[in-house]
Design a protein around this ligand. Structure first.
Ligand SMILES: C[S@@+](CC[C@H](N)C(=O)[O-])C[C@H]1O[C@@H](n2cnc3c(N)ncnc32)[C@H](O)[C@@H]1O
Length: 221
């Protein structure tokens, strides 16, 4: 994995996918991000590539709800992928493969669209450029790359303004900002999860109901 990820996240991807998954399961409980993405893109009967699928929460939800013909979910971490494969509601259209975004061993022009949630925006600039090049090689002409990324620079789940600038400079356009929240089982469990992932100075505070405000940005190239 790439060394620019904050330490807690890196540790979770490599060693503790359950910690990441506790965060992932709390994110956007009302499914607003999936609804927004599918409002803007019709993927029924299409071939879709997902980059950095993590523990597979979007893979299962989107492969099912989009009615894609084929959803190929890729992820470099062996342990994250192992957890992703344990979902018991995985549709037949969904396949998992171990791969980094910058090297996906599939033929040119294979996919109608590409999706990545919280992956590209956080890669080192050189790796980001390689990943975009690889994605464009794999896309059919006219296909789009869709991203979920954090939207907040002033509270909630933070986003580094430099990451937003990099997306804009690469031609990504902001399609929609989705106001949502994280919802943990309880406040203590939520705070423990966030403390394990975020740097101490940047850890969001979970309120007494186990919630944290959150903005998800939908980007498209
Ligand atoms: C914040 S997690 C997001 C996981 C998943 N997309 C989700 O939203 O639940 C970032 C993921 O990117 C993966 N990752 C790190 N470096 C990567 C790379 N070079 N190519 C593809 N994925 C990468 C990590 O292993 C991790 O699973």
């Amino acid at each position: 994995m790439d060394s620019n990820y904050p330490c807690g996240w890196q540790w979770a991807y490599a060693e503790s996918p359950e910690t990441f998954d506790a965060f992932a399961q709390a994110e956007d409980p009302d499914g607003l991000a999936v609804a927004a993405l599918l409002k803007h893109s019709d993927w029924a009967e299409k071939r879709i590539l997902e980059i950095g699928c993590g523990t597979g929460r979007w893979s299962v939800q989107l492969a099912t709800a989009s009615r894609a013909q084929e959803w190929v979910a890729t992820e470099p971490s062996r342990k994250m992928l192992a957890l992703a494969k344990q979902h018991d509601d995985t549709p037949a259209s969904l396949m998992f493969h171990q791969a980094k975004a910058q090297a996906i061993a599939l033929p040119d022009s294979t996919f109608d669209a590409i999706f990545a949630g919280w992956v590209l925006g956080y890669l080192k600039p050189t790796v980001f450029d390689e990943a975009i090049k690889e994605a464009q090689r794999l896309l059919k002409p006219g296909g789009h790359i869709w991203l979920f990324e954090n939207g907040s620079t002033d509270g909630g789940i933070p986003q580094d303004a430099r990451n937003i600038e990099r997306l804009q400079n690469s031609g990504f356009e902001l399609v929609e900002s989705i106001s949502t929240h994280l919802e943990f089982r309880d406040s203590a469990m939520g705070q423990q999860t966030l403390n394990a992932l975020f740097a101490p100075h940047a850890t969001p505070v979970v309120d007494k109901n186990g919630q944290v405000a959150h903005t998800i940005c939908l980007w498209r190239l």
